[in-house]
Design a protein around this ligand. Structure first.
Ligand SMILES: NC(=O)c1ccc[n+]([C@@H]2O[C@H](COP(=O)([O-])OP(=O)(O)OC[C@H]3O[C@@H](n4cnc5c(N)ncnc54)[C@H](OP(=O)(O)O)[C@@H]3O)[C@@H](O)[C@H]2O)c1
Length: 388
């Protein structure tokens, strides 16, 4: 089995891990194209090491610099560039590991063209879950999750008939503030929120883990990814992140997927599925993992969890509003403008205030996101005194 890969988001945390996996399996996996944002130094060294045919960066200015450095390579910029990277010659597998919603159009087009999508980007299904599923229904494309929790559920479901499924149980580390009193949330600083106890990840997803917005995104993502009913999605706090998620069947038997917390494992599985390649990652030694803890989630303390179920209930563009307003709120928190609980205040208000209508086509997505981002920025400006 050989794969020709477009890696969208090559300079990020998932992107770098994906390149490690590709390097370790270079007889089977080949990079055809790379897309990134603004990290020119890193993309230059990735180009030298992986010799892609097509590269995309965020800005035109950077595109021109790279064109003069690498005249033999096709170099593009912006969302058009991400599309060029995904559509490059012979690409049969697209790893979507950009942050935000920059790669949604390229993902939809790749599904239409029947390519395998190795999906890390959570925003895709949260923003346009129904649309993605409509595209999948009409195509031979397969969507294999990278996110460790979704990969775990995917693996637990693989060998079993879906008609016997009771529920999926997503696990969550709980983030750094799981044991903190809610009253203390107002004192949480940027550095505290960026310090995740288990996973080493990009900045945005690390903040999302601390607010448990990340888990909320995963609840919504799981709903679309596995075509579940709302009452088939449960959540369990498991601080050690050894069990990546579980599935319960009609005879009350529960199947769990375990492993050390290393994203290279689910990344590799998404590329190798249905095969399994050998891995150089550390092996799980359960005898040394003496204490596995589990707790019920607290959606009073972390309202993001409650909001996720409301988003699923509402459908239409609620996921898009949830995600876009959270992105603006997180940026505002990272700029020191609003407090940690301010993030919940913003998202909750935007879910309440923004107009709800369905995402009917891919052309709807960008204008809807822009509108929500603008309304959220205005809301923050007008209410900043309530969130300092
Ligand atoms: N990290 C994890 O363990 C993990 C686990 C599960 C799911 N995910 C999901 O995977 C996605 C990526 O997460 P991450 O932690 O790898 O994020 P990250 O470290 O912040 O990396 C984001 C990547 O997206 C690129 N990017 C940003 N803006 C762009 C633009 N306008 N055009 C093209 N590329 C752009 C960045 O490029 P530059 O750096 O060059 O600007 C970088 O390559 C997110 O959706 C996240 O929720 C992550």
């Amino acid at each position: 089995m050989n794969r020709n890969i477009a890696l969208l988001g090559s300079t990020g945390s998932i992107g770098k891990n994906t390149l490690e996996v590709i390097k370790n399996n270079s007889d089977k996996l080949k990079i055809v194209s790379l897309a990134c944002g603004n990290n020119l130094d890193l993309i230059r060294s990735q180009i030298r090491e992986f010799t892609p045919e097509v590269v995309s960066v965020n800005l035109k200015n950077d595109r021109d610099k790279l064109r003069s450095d690498f005249p033999q390579i096709k170099i593009y910029s912006g969302e058009e560039g991400i599309m060029e990277a995904a559509m490059a010659n012979n690409v049969d597998t697209v790893v979507t590991a950009t942050s935000g919603t920059h790669s949604i159009h390229a993902t939809l087009e790749s599904i239409r063209k029947g390519k395998r999508i190795c999906l890390a980007n959570k925003e895709t299904l949260v923003t346009a879950g129904e649309l993605v599923n409509q595209y999948l229904d009409k195509s031979d494309s397969e969507l294999i999750p990278i996110d460790s929790e979704q990969s775990a559920i995917f693996q637990c479901l693989c060998e079993n008939d879906r008609k016997f499924l009771n529920r999926v149980i997503l696990t969550a580390s709980g983030g750094p503030f799981f044991k903190l009193n809610k009253e203390e949330f107002v004192n949480i600083g940027i550095d505290d929120a960026l310090n995740h106890p288990v996973w080493s990840m990009g900045k945005k997803i690390t903040i999302d883990s601390s607010t448990m917005m990340n888990k909320a995104l995963e609840i919504i993502e799981a709903f679309y990814l596995f075509n579940l009913d709302i009452d088939q999605i449960d959540l369990l706090i498991h601080p050690q992140s050894i069990i990546h998620s579980m599935v319960e069947f009609s005879d009350n038997s529960i199947i769990a997927q375990m492993g050390i917390p290393d994203m290279k494992i689910p990344i590799q599985y998404s590329l190798s599925y249905p095969e399994r390649f050998n891995s150089s990652t550390e092996r799980l030694d359960l005898a040394k993992t003496s204490n596995l803890e589990f707790y019920a989630p607290d959606s009073e303390k972390f309202p993001s969890i409650r909001m996720a179920y409301e988003v699923i209930e509402d459908k239409k563009n609620s996921g898009l509003i949830f995600n876009a307003s959270n992105e603006v709120a997180v940026e505002s928190f990272l700029n020191g403008e609003i407090s940690f609980p301010g993030i919940y205040y913003v998202v909750e208000n935007m879910l309440d205030k923004c107009k709800k209508y369905p995402v009917k086509s891919s052309e709807d997505i960008s204008p809807m996101i822009e509108e929500v981002e603008q309304l959220t920025a205005e809301f923050i400006k007008e209410n900043i005194s309530k969130m300092e």
